[in-house]
Design a protein around this ligand. Sequence first.
Ligand SMILES: [Zn+2]
Length: 104
Amino acid sequence: MKLTRAPNFVIGQHWVNLLATAGIECELHNRYLNGALGEIPADQCAPELWLVDERDEMLARRILERAQSGPPPGAASWRCHSCGETLEPQFTACWRCGAVREAL
Ligand SMILES: [Zn+2]
């Protein structure tokens, strides 16, 4: 069954990986993409995420919701407001001084 549509292929692949980590099988479908990547305008390449087992739907949606509320892949690193350390986007607190990241 179709779960959702990803904004682009990179994010779609990222979601597939996230779901696979949770033990949910899914596939990335793209009806415009017939092995001709690069010849199609990017806005027509939005891939669709299809669940192999529809019983996974609720869990899958929760995982994707959480993924979208966090920093997107490729997000900029941030600087600790307390000690000035530069931190990767996936961290929510400074590893050096423990200060919690300020809201974006
Ligand atoms: Zn710090």
